[in-house]
Design a protein around this ligand. Structure first.
Ligand code: PRP
Length: 226
């Protein structure tokens, strides 16, 4: 084990990074620099534990990890699937839970028959293509958008959309429904394959401590529900 080398984490900017750091704090991994809202710093260090953290846009996290610029990443499963990078997906952090779904107005359900030539608007063209072409064997036209995907069927750009559904309120407020569920999503830990080999002890040690805390939290949540 080479403890002089920093282990570098790429975290998805925003809520995922905040939740990740809260989880790390429970392991005694703190990075006070990161909490300063006025800081313009891009890299944050924990000198004592030889850890480095940086924040990146979700779709860039798998890129940093594949190229080894970060050893470990925390990113949504949607992004991992869409980016298709060479990395190990090693742990489900259990937060950021939502679903990737085909949605649209209720009458569009009849068009998901495997035959209809429909247009599918999405921020996730690879996921949508894989689902329609490989799982449903339905030839569709995929239209890439960058946000507010629910607009597409409302204004007549597409018949359906492939998008993330969390609470379902965006759909409800716009007269749309979930037509089919593609897969469940949540925040995942990804690891660069070379880092996993070279820093195996440190990385697997950290992962098993994270796993313990997550299991403990899930058990506590279950007890509260009972
Ligand atoms: C996401 C997603 C949906 C919405 C789902 O959009 O694309 O629009 O959240 O959440 P809900 O089921 O809780 O309503 P986001 O807010 O990330 O912005 P975007 O539309 O610009 O992608």
């Amino acid at each position: 084990m080479n403890t002089d080398r920093y282990l570098t984490f790429a975290l998805t900017k925003g809520r995922l990074a905040k939740k990740t750091m809260e989880l790390f704090e429970r392991l005694g991994i703190v990075c006070d620099e990161m909490k300063d809202p006025d800081s313009r710093k891009l890299i944050f260090k924990n000198e004592e534990l030889k850890l480095k953290f940086f924040l990146a846009k979700g779709p860039d996290v798998p890129t940093y990890v594949e190229y080894g610029a970060a050893d470990i990443g925390v990113v949504g499963r949607d992004t991992i699937q869409e980016e298709g990078r060479k990395l190990y997906e090693v742990l489900d952090l259990g937060f950021g839970r939502c679903r990737m779904c085909v949605c649209g107005p209720e009458p569009a359900r009849a068009l998901l028959d495997g035959q209809s030539q429909i247009r599918v608007a999405t921020k996730y063209p690879h996921i949508a293509k894989d689902y329609f072409y490989n799982q449903k064997n339905q030839t569709v036209e995929i239209i890439k958008l960058n946000g507010s995907i629910e607009l597409a069927p409302i204004v007549g750009l597409s018949e359906v959309i492939v998008d993330i559904v969390e609470t379902g309120s965006t759909l409800r407020e716009n007269g749309l429904v979930v037509l089919e569920e593609i897969c469940p999503l949540s925040a995942r830990v990804v690891v660069n394959p070379v880092s996993m080999r070279m820093e195996n002890e440190r990385i697997t040690g950290l992962l098993s401590r994270l796993n313990e805390i997550i299991t403990q939290e899930q058990q506590e949540a279950q007890t509260c529900r009972q």
